[in-house]
Each structure stands twice: as structure tokens, then as C-alpha cells.
Design a protein around this ligand. Sequence first.
Ligand SMILES: Nc1ncnc2c1ncn2[C@@H]1O[C@H](COP(=O)(O)OP(=O)(O)OP(=O)(O)O)[C@@H](O)[C@H]1O
Length: 230
Amino acid sequence: MLEIEDVRVGYHRSTVLHGVSVEVPANGVAAVLGHNGAGKSTLLRAAVGLLTPTGGTVRLDGEDITRRRPHERVARGMAYVPQGQQAFPHLTTAENLQLVADGRRRGREAVAEALDLFPALRALSGRRAGLLSGGQRQQLALARALVTEPRILLLDEPTEGIQPSVVAEIEETVLALAARGGLSVLLVEQHVGFAMRAAQRYYVLEAGRVTSSGEGGGDAERSVREALSV
Ligand SMILES: Nc1ncnc2c1ncn2[C@@H]1O[C@H](COP(=O)(O)OP(=O)(O)OP(=O)(O)O)[C@@H](O)[C@H]1O
């Protein structure tokens, strides 16, 4: 569904990705793993259009979107959850979701459906986002993305810096979303076990190059750990 082909991209004069190819299957999950600084976030920024590649192609449903602006990609069904659990800290959980829902035909239903996935958030709907825990803020960030009813979700380390019990909740939600169908996910993740349970395809990124890739699933976990030496 999303094809990133031979993409070269970076910042100012420094190239970070030296010809990276990644494919996200329709209704499937592709995981990107790699050490700090390998270029994982840069790949997602190029996928959503925050960075424009100097080489290569990004295609969505076969359409070349390499030069499309982020809002055009969002209009085509892309949602991006960057690292850092972003939400408006002075607005409540409910207001943060409402802000995304406003003006959407199915806004109200989409908020209700997102809250069904995160019962803990429903209980916190009146609490300001700035007072939520890191894990709860991450859940809110995911819920905000889901209110846009995306067809493809780009997730940048949804479990980063989050306590293990909440990591399990986030993992469950991502697995449930993927199993529900109608959604593809490009998942950047440091937890190898989670990434391999979720993904049909995996890519290991090292210093801006894919050094290992293959089919996901538990059997591949060992080769990924070896590739990453973790
Ligand atoms: N805004 C920026 N301007 C210049 N260089 C940047 C910028 N963002 C990232 N870089 C550089 O690009 C390289 C890849 O960074 P990136 O954030 O994509 O890696 P990552 O694999 O996501 O790492 P992490 O797991 O630590 O988030 C690093 O060398 C980083 O210093």
C-alpha cells in the first residue's frame, strides 16, 4: 500500500537515508528497527512529507506522492504519530480528541470508537493532557490519530519511555487495530518482541541503510536480535 523506494533524504547538506526501500502491505504492519540515530524517524518524516527526498520515490496505492505536501497525504488517509506523546497540555483529553473530530462527518463516532479502544482515556476525559502520565499521553496521541480514521498509520516508537505494564496495553491496542483490518501500519519500534509480533515485514536500519529485512513473526525475532546485537 505504501512503497518507499530507494529514498535518499536528510537535513540541509547531510544525507541520513542513503537509498532506503520499505514496503507496507495493505491491511498489514511493517516494522522498522534500528539503533538510535539509524534514521528511523527520518524515514517516517519522509513518508508523511515533512522532508522531501533528494532521490527515490514514495507511492501510496500506486500513486507517486513524493512531492505531495503532508496535508495532501493526510487527505489520502495517512496519520502520523511522532515520538513524544504530543497533545495540547492545557486542554482536556476530551477536548484534545474533539479538536481533531471537529468538522469531520463521522467525528463524534470516531471519538467514541477511539475511546472504546482506550477505556482508561474515557475515565480521564475531563483531565488536562498535561496531567496525564506518559503512557496515557501516548494513548491519547494514538487516539487522536485514530479519530482521523486513517488507512495508514505511521507510529514512531509508541512505547518509548513508558512503563512495562502500559507498553503491554499499547502493544495490545496496536495488535487489535492491525487485526481489525482496513488499516496499514508503519511501526518504528525498539521493542523487538512487540515489533515482530505485530509485523508481517520487518526492516533493520543501520546508519541510513537497510541491512536486513524479511517476514515478521516470532520466528524472525532471533535473526533481528542478532542483526541488532541485542
Ligand atoms: N532536524 C534535524 N536536523 C539535522 N539532523 C538531524 C535532524 N533530525 C535528525 N537528525 C540526524 O539524522 C540522523 C538520524 O536521526 P533519526 O532521528 O532519524 O534517527 P532514529 O533512528 O529515529 O533515532 P532514535 O531512535 O534515537 O529516535 C541522526 O544522525 C540525527 O542526528
